[in-house]
Design a protein around this ligand. Structure first.
Ligand code: 5GP
Length: 190
């Protein structure tokens, strides 16, 4: 019989799809960092009514917390790209599965992502949205695997720079498992 998709061994050690993970960034650190990013965005965009564009599915929990940490007027919309499926390695091919509904011409856009890994998804998004002529466009990503990023990107708001290992939790999944974990866990192959 196959093991359960999600197993808790202790408060900080779990298995996802049979692979071991340990707590890497706990919920308190996440909350403090999201508050700080929200404050920074509130200062930078005062009077500009930014529109946050969340990248589904992974960014929705970060986006929900980030938006509530922003104290100025702002809007939200969503887009969706093809994902890795149940793989841990980026396939490098990006496809759009859902486009935004909002008209962003002349608007101040903040793209909200869960993680920038190779950077190919973000490059695709920036390229696609720039054709709609926003007044400005910046990126807010909860996590950045700098050692894995292959393209030159300006990432204005970064929650945490992390090691080049697979992570789950706080919206990030492994084959649709683990999104609901409150902490971010990292693959633990020790
Ligand atoms: P990139 O195009 O930058 O290589 O990949 C971006 C997307 O890959 C992210 O939005 C996320 O869905 C997925 N991804 C990249 N690294 C990880 C990771 O460590 N864990 C999870 N769960 N997804 C990842």
């Amino acid at each position: 019989m196959s093991p359960p998709a999600l197993e808790h061994h202790s408060d900080d050690h779990i298995s996802v799809r049979g692979e071991p993970f340990r707590v890497y960034i706990d919920r308190d650190r996440l909350a403090r960092r999201v508050e700080a990013l929200g404050e920074q965005i509130s200062q930078d965009y005062e009077g500009l009514r930014p529109i946050l564009i969340g990248v589904l599915n992974g960014a929705y929990i970060f986006l929900a917390d980030l938006m509530r940490a922003i104290r100025i007027d702002c809007e939200v919309d969503f887009m969706k790209l093809s994902s890795y499926g149940a793989e841990q390695i980026s396939s490098g091919t990006v496809r759009s599965l859902k486009e935004i509904d909002a008209d962003i011409e002349g608007r101040h856009v903040i793209i909200v992502e869960d993680i920038v890994d190779t950077g190919l998804s973000m490059q695709y998004i920036l390229d696609a949205l720039s054709h709609e002529q926003p007044a400005s466009m910046q990126v807010a990503t909860m996590l950045h695997k700098a050692a894995a990023t292959k393209v030159d990107l300006e990432l204005r708001y970064v929650g945490f720079e992390i090691d080049n290992l697979f992570v789950v939790g706080y919206g990030l999944d492994y084959g649709q498992v683990g999104r609901n974990l409150k902490d971010i866990f990292i693959l633990d192959r020790e």
